[in-house]
Design a protein around this ligand. Sequence first.
Ligand SMILES: Cc1cc2nc3c(=O)[nH]c(=O)nc-3n(C[C@H](O)[C@H](O)[C@H](O)COP(=O)(O)OP(=O)(O)OC[C@H]3O[C@@H](n4cnc5c(N)ncnc54)[C@H](O)[C@@H]3O)c2cc1C
Length: 491
Amino acid sequence: MNQITVLIVGAGPVGLTLACELARRKVPFRIVERLAEPPRGSRAKALQPRSLEVFNDLGIAEELMKMGWTDLPFRKFNGSQLIGDSPRSVFAREDTRYPKTLLLPQWKVEDSLRGKLGELGGTIEWSTELTDVSHTDGGVMCRLERAGFVEEVACRYMVACDGGKSSTRKKLGINFVGETRQQEQLWVGDVEVEGLTPDAWYNWLGSKFGIAFALFPFKDTRIWQLQAVMLPDEEGNVPTPTLEGFNELFKERTQMEGVRFTNSTWQSIYRVNIRRAERYRVGNAFIAGDAGHVHSIAGGMGMNTGIQDAYNLGWKLAAVVHGQAGDGLLDTYGEERIPIADWLLAATSERQKAMMAAAATGKAGFETLATQDTTQLNLNYRDSSLSVGGADVELRAGELSAGAGLRAGDRAPDVRLVGGGWLSDRLKGPEWKLLVFGGVSADVDEGVNVVQVGDEAIVKAYGVDRGVVLIRPDGYVALVGDSVRDYFKGL
Ligand SMILES: Cc1cc2nc3c(=O)[nH]c(=O)nc-3n(C[C@H](O)[C@H](O)[C@H](O)COP(=O)(O)OP(=O)(O)OC[C@H]3O[C@@H](n4cnc5c(N)ncnc54)[C@H](O)[C@@H]3O)c2cc1C
């Protein structure tokens, strides 16, 4: 019987992020994927500022920044009539080096993650499907099937990152609570476009469909993503999308001459489901990403939230596997991430409603799609059992850089240093970090990256001039106080 410390099921963006997190912490793992090769459909196109910070820590943000757009305008039409362009929303905040959402196809994100995983020595097992799972004393028994061969593996931990239709979630008996909005369906696909310049995100708005047609060009490729709202028949069905269908629908809805789609590499139907798994852990099995939450694509946060699930779970699994923390640390994964999923479902439903209402009157623009919230920089774990201390001041969006009261659970703000560079350059890597202000004693064991703060910009941004700020491996403040000794005993 083969033994594995951690089995990751699914090599989408979430499974890949988790694999990188485990690989760089030297946790033995396997990652299996039932597809024979990577999917090419563009799907997610928004990489949010918080995910860019996560990828900066993993060392792939800069290469991704070159592959996408941050300033593409939103071009609106009413039928064939141009209404005009509106610029992308940008939130002027100084506490991040990535204030802008990056627009690029999901397969580029997955390509970069696979490249990083390869560098770290990880290998994806393609054409390998998890077909059964059961609990054992202190572990999970998994059946893997590949080309007719069956392998039983005893895993200490298993993480299902197998997408919204997760069969593993069902096998674990975890309910996926929520609703399917049969009336809200889209045709989506990838096409090449003749007759339009790839210098904007094109949207044809109108009262009947809201967004009657949308086309988004990807940088340095010939591919555009296409989306069109479809009205289902009485049984809730919409026709199967084809290249011919895309061309006909565009003509019918926009009346524009001279535009033609060719070479479609992906066609799909997207149905809005709004659901959340009732729990994220059963025994030693966990779920992450779309397996745990699905919702409207408005606001572009599904993949991003999944990446951040993996970033939350990765360091915790490593700490438990390496004997640095008790198993209870793993319960904080659901404790911290389920409230974020609840926020996500509500925020995306709200965004969807606002977008459709604005589109129906020809007013939609980035302001209805992208807000401070969708950057995901303001998400926090203040109510987590891992968060201790800090100022008793209510934080408002964007205030951190002004030195408003930092509290445990907040995302550790990044700071542009007076002497050049960013604080995040000094905080990169899988360890805990301790910022020491005013030369107090840094009473920590080896393995904590201690940074003596001398830079005025950090003092100002953190609002602390004497004491310590302990930052978790995933970049959230664990403790604001005088000493960290008791904190680590608690773990
Ligand atoms: C049109 C569209 C636009 C979107 N736009 C955005 C956006 O702008 N921003 C955003 O953040 N999100 C967006 N999303 C959502 C985003 O695509 C998903 O949230 C993301 O793919 C979820 O990643 P994941 O790794 O959890 O799951 P997936 O990407 O679904 O990956 C799961 C993987 O698991 C594999 N698998 C499944 N079952 C098994 C098994 N039993 N054994 C082995 N392998 C298995 C699958 O083959 C798959 O490769 C969009 C989605 C669509 C369709």
